[in-house]
Design a protein around this ligand. Structure first.
Ligand code: ZN
Length: 125
């Protein structure tokens, strides 16, 4: 997964208003396939996080379930998915989202579950 995410990690300016590839992510689906995505940053919040881009890539290819998520942030070290990415994963897998494994720190091999960082979902109430 790291190699797949690293392969698309290519920071670049696309236009005066758009940059991409400063963060990359890889999703391992339940079927065992890897889908990648990069962040796309724009004016007026039209962009997308690398994690959601990878998840949308998985959905585009007909899959709906995430087993693992890995993200390569712009700086070395750990990085957790933002609230919007967490919310998407919860809504995608409301019965089992807590089991999604997230590589929090690749250099240390630290893996957590989405349930650990998103223990109480607002729709559970
Ligand atoms: Zn995000």
């Amino acid at each position: 997964m790291y190699a797949a995410a690293k392969a698309v990690l290519k920071p670049r300016r696309i236009s005066e208003y758009v940059t991409a590839g400063e963060v990359s992510a890889a999703v391992l689906s339940k079927s065992g396939k890897i889908y990648t995505g990069v962040c796309i940053d724009t004016c007026s919040t039209l962009g997308i996080c690398a994690e959601r881009n990878a998840i949308f890539n998985m959905i585009t290819n007909g899959e709906n379930e995430i087993d693992k998520l890995l993200c390569i942030p712009p700086f070395e070290g750990k990085g957790a998915p933002c609230g919007a990415c967490r919310e998407l994963m919860v809504q995608l897998m409301p019965e089992s989202y807590k089991d999604i494994k997230i590589m929090l720190d690749y250099s240390k091999g630290k893996v957590i579950t989405l349930g650990e960082i998103t223990p109480e979902w607002w729709i559970d109430y």
